[in-house]
Design a protein around this ligand. Structure first.
Ligand SMILES: [Zn+2]
Length: 277
């Protein structure tokens, strides 16, 4: 059974695991410095992420969103302010509107009828209702690159357009860990949203990430969904897949995952859904 909780994955680095409706996994991260702590993403509203943070630190908290999707910003309501790329602000606003969230969930349930059975359980109904409540955002702009100084610990970040225009990855110097958010996931990367980039721009991001990892010999990459940790060879595998799409060696077939739709390609291990090249 998937278990919600907070787990130390490296020195002073914690992974918060949450399974929405007991099924859809999403991970948040907490990095502890000498003077401040950094929370990477706020999950769904029903995650109530603050309870996990409180279990390990009472340091002043900086909160950052890796991008503007509902499963990464849902808990922003519990914090006075959060950092988010200005390029994702429109997306985040849309993903904070009750009507949008209700329609999205309805669509997901229609695509995946197996999930409907879950709604016989009151706990899950409560979770769903909580996540469909809208919120007002109070987001501070992030520059394209920069860093957070947590006191004897620097966590840097850089923009990685692909999954969304304003997606970022973060890097903890102390443990040499990269947080890849939804830009790099084991099962697949989704470029099928209206806020996603085309395949070429995503490929540019992957090239940037590959050289970032090579320069620092990064061997642990922590995503926001699916398997973890990932290694840098996965970036190369996605580059190969992008090249095949760009060079018209392969062409996707239509697919709707419920969260987004587009053309689907796979090499048997990783997959990509895209709307345009
Ligand atoms: Zn996302």
């Amino acid at each position: 059974m998937n278990k919600n909780g907070i787990y130390e994955i490296a020195d002073g680095v914690y992974q918060i695991r949450y399974y929405f409706l007991g099924a859809a996994d999403v991970y948040m991260y907490l990095v502890i410095g000498k003077e401040k702590a950094l929370l990477i993403d706020t999950g769904y509203a029903s995650t109530r992420v603050k309870q996990y943070v409180d279990q390990v630190t009472d340091l002043p908290l900086i909160v950052v969103n890796t991008h503007g999707h509902m499963d990464h910003i849902g808990g922003n309501r519990y914090f006075a302010e959060t950092y988010l790329s200005a390029n994702d602000l429109e997306t985040a606003k849309r993903h904070s509107e009750s009507t949008f969230l209700k329609e999205k969930n309805e669509h997901i349930f229609s695509i995946r009828p197996a999930l409907k059975g879950l709604l016989k359980d009151e706990k899950y109904v409560r979770e769903l209702v909580e996540n469909e409540k809208g919120q007002d955002l109070n987001c501070l702009d992030l520059p394209e690159t920069g860093y957070f100084d947590l006191g004897e610990r620097i966590v840097s970040f850089f923009e990685t357009p692909g999954h969304t225009q304003g997606s970022i990855c973060l890097y903890d110097e102390k443990t040499n860990v990269l947080f890849s958010a939804d830009t790099l996931c084991s099962k697949g990367v989704l470029l099928g949203f209206e806020e996603s980039t085309g395949v070429k721009e995503f490929r540019d991001t992957l090239i940037k990430m590959a050289s970032f990892c090579k320069d620092r010999e990064i061997c642990k990459i922590y995503p926001c969904h699916h398997d973890f940790p990932l290694t840098a060879d996965m970036i190369d595998a996605y580059i190969v897949l992008c090249d095949q799409i760009i060079n018209k060696k392969i062409e996707g077939t239509n697919k709707d995952t419920g969260t987004c739709d587009g053309l689907y390609v796979s090499d048997g291990k990783i997959s990509l859904i895209y709307k345009r090249i």
